[in-house]
Write a protein of this length. Structure first.
Length: 505
């Protein structure tokens, strides 16, 4: 992208050069620093005592994960297999990964200045990020080295996961009443919940359910694509690694298979095609894990049958079931069920800022998915294409926004414009870097896009440094950085066209 800048005059250039020289002298002849006092943390005006003292890492204060999460009244879970940290407090769910510069707040990717680390056998997390994510106010006094956290009153956090199922139903799950007999909501819940799973990965948290006794589970494609180390947690608390066996990015469905076969049967839900059995006004139940609140059931009615795009526009329209049973982020992949205990759809999305306008992929699409071949390079390409369609559009919008702002804003606001641009760019990069293709060809394409994002970051950072006097203006340097960005973009575009030529859009 081309950025409009104003070249500093000679006087400003000289002033910045003097500042630069002073910085060099300070770096070469540092003053003798006195021993600094230890860092203290005040939580609601009381000293937070921890068994491991806070440490500074990359300019951020780090604490053992349980110390800060539990002090703020949040439940925290540590998964040693995926090295993931999940904290929950009321409606807020935070997920972090050790050594990864990306965190997720209610499923939305957020860049971290300093990621969680493991030191001396303890997992340390950034204090400010955790506290502010849960709505606390944080202040740092550099002179006294005191962090003040003002949080809402600490309340006991009620567990959201129900007691384990002591006796899974006998398989296949034949209803105790004759087939075709309408069940109560309680009877439906007793049948469906044992077959539900909570799906977790480094990218997202969602829902799914078993559709066969050998452990095949269905969910949305957007919950699992680009994710490795998928973990399924069953209703009785067992955890299993899973892989994507089949995927349909156009219908937003994916079939998961437990990675290591187990000599056991899983409770599962029988499905039914909706076309002739689900008229408008029919009672339905939605199951899922909204905002991480596992095993949630809501009730509603079928509102309409329609065709609409549930993925980027290029994917075309598909048939969906519109209903008003409440769903939220985390519900994706959960079953839509009739009052006979049969799943008729898979919840996929809701209209933002509107309540009661929710959509599910009908069960018909599952039967088509079962006819497809197992996950292949072609599936990896279309999975990547689905996500990259959004990334490339956002990248283009970021570039257009900064150019438009620089054209109309006074010179004094240029630094703020660069900062906003870099913030948006780094959030996008964190989202892109979290995506993990499976096949080498797509991994290479993905790496080229990340290189282009990094090159653009270096280019804009240079102008910000010049604007703030941290670096001297040089046309040669600016041209070099821009050429690096252009070459990285051209390399990504060329590889994109090559792969698209093989598989098509």
């Amino acid at each position: 992208m081309i950025v409009l800048v104003k070249i500093p005059n000679s006087r400003a250039w000289l002033q910045r050069r003097l500042v630069f020289v002073c910085l060099i002298l300070f770096a070469v002849f540092p003053s003798v620093a006195q021993a600094e006092p230890p860092i203290r943390i005040l939580l609601n005006n009381r000293v937070l005592a921890t068994d491991t003292p806070p440490i500074l890492l990359g300019g951020r204060t780090m604490l053992p994960l349980r110390a800060i999460f539990e002090a703020l009244g949040a439940r925290v879970e540590w998964d040693a297999t995926t090295k993931s940290i999940t904290g929950r407090k009321r409606e807020t769910v935070i997920t972090l990964l050790v050594d990864r510069p990306t965190a997720w707040i209610n499923g939305r990717a957020t860049a971290l200045e300093v990621p969680p680390v493991i030191m001396n056998g303890r997992t340390l997390v950034p204090v400010r990020f955790i506290a502010e994510s849960f709505g606390a106010n944080v202040n740092w006094d550099g002179q006294t080295r005191v962090i003040t956290i003002i949080a809402t009153p600490l309340l006991p956090v009620a567990p959201v996961t129900p007691a384990p199922v002591t006796a899974p139903p006998i398989l296949p799950p034949t209803p105790p009443t004759p087939a075709g007999v309408r069940l109560t909501s309680q009877e439906v819940a007793a049948r469906i919940n044992p077959a539900m799973v909570l799906i977790q990965s480094h990218r997202s948290l969602g829902s799914g359910f078993f559709v066969s006794p050998d452990g095949l589970a269905i969910t949305n494609a957007h919950v699992v694509r680009g994710s490795r180390n998928l973990v399924l947690t069953t209703h009785d608390g067992e955890r299993f690694r899973a892989v994507i066996q089949k995927i349909d990015n156009f219908a937003d469905l994916a079939l998961l298979r437990i990675e290591t076969p187990f000599a056991r049967s899983f409770p599962f839900i029988r499905g039914r095609s909706y076309a002739r059995d689900l008229p408008v006004g029919k009672d339905i139940l939605a199951f899922g894990n909204p905002q991480g609140l596992a095993w949630t059931m809501t009730r509603g009615v079928v509102s309409a049958h329609r065709r609409m795009s549930i993925e980027p526009a290029w994917a075309g329209e598909v048939s969906v079931i519109q209903h008003d049973a409440a769903i939220a982020p985390g519900s994706s992949g959960g079953p839509l069920v009739n009052l006979y205990g049969e799943w008729v759809g898979v919840n996929t999305m809701a209209l933002r800022d509107f309540q009661g306008f929710n959509f599910a992929v009908p069960a018909d699409k599952y039967y088509r998915l079962m006819q497809q071949k197992d996950y292949s390079l072609r599936d990896d390409w279309f999975s990547y294409l689905t996500e990259a369609f959004i990334w490339r559009r956002e990248f283009s919008d970021i570039g257009r926004t900064i150019n438009d702002a620089l054209r109309v804003s006074p010179a004094a606001q240029r630094a703020a414009i660069y900062v906003r641009h870099l913030t948006s760019l780094r959030q996008l990069r964190a989202t892109v870097e979290a995506y993990q293709p499976l096949y080498g060809e797509i991994q290479h394409l993905h790496a080229l896009f990340i290189q282009a994002l990094r090159a653009d970051d270096l280019y804009i950072s240079y102008f910000l440094d010049v604007e703030n006097g941290r670096r001297l203006w040089s046309r040669q340097t600016a041209d070099l950085l821009f050429n690096n960005f252009r070459q990285a973009s051209d390399a990504h575009h060329a590889e994109w066209l090559r792969i698209r030529g093989i598989f098509g859009n």
